[in-house]
Design a protein around this ligand. Structure first.
Ligand code: FES
Length: 199
């Protein structure tokens, strides 16, 4: 039995036409496969390779190189909390603790009992001026507080309308390379730098 439904394979086959280099389609294709299955199984990767007419070893190499591709089961919603310098200086360790408490896991990579959530600590996401920040699924969230995390978790535990599900699930972004800036998501809007109140 096929790991990916025909509708997803069809979407993957159409991807190369959108890029100057057809191989560039591998990342959005893996993203589609991961969203469909939940993580990248060997079968899903090999079907991506076949759909894009690429070498399976190349596809697997891309999947293992990028941190936002997962080869093991993960939560349906993924927190990627930046713990790099700027975020660290502005309290990312407290944010990490709050995420862990809110979703009920002990360590990065653990999946919550209800299967809804997992979290990871990642390198700079390229939005340092908004620290502490994180990516939740495909959205960046800035200037994090414990209240923000609590609200985001509660929102995702609540039943969704069909329209909300569709808008939440179809925005896809490329995954960043391991150990490098990981800020290729829906990036930050420009804003004026923070100012200090003097006197
Ligand atoms: S250090 Fe967190 S976004 Fe750069």
């Amino acid at each position: 039995m096929s790991a990916l439904p025909e509708s997803v394979l069809e979407e993957i086959r159409e991807l190369p036409a959108k890029y100057p280099q057809p191989r560039s389609a591998v990342m959005p294709a893996l993203d589609l496969a991961q969203e469909e299955v939940g993580y990248l199984t060997p079968e899903a990767m090999s079907e991506v390779a076949a759909a894009l007419d690429l070498d399976p070893g190349y596809v697997e190499g891309v999947a293992t190189f990028y941190t936002l591709f997962h080869l093991q089961p993960i939560g349906r919603h993924r927190f990627y909390v930046c713990t790099n310098l700027s975020c660290s200086l502005r309290g990312s360790s407290a944010i990490v603790e709050h995420v862990k408490g809110a979703i009920g896991v002990r360590e990065a990579g653990d999946v919550s009992k209800d299967g809804l959530f997992s979290y990871e600590e990642v390198e700079c996401l390229g939005a340092c001026e908004y620290a502490p920040m994180m990516r939740l699924d495909h959205e960046y969230h800035y200037d994090l507080t414990a209240q923000t995390i609590t609200a985001l978790v509660a929102e995702r535990r609540a039943p969704l309308s069909a329209a909300a599900k569709a808008s939440r699930s179809r925005a896809r972004v490329p995954s960043p390379p391991r150990g490098e800036g990981q800020g290729e998501g829906r990036g930050p809007k420009k804003r004026a730098p923070r100012t200090k109140n003097i006197g």
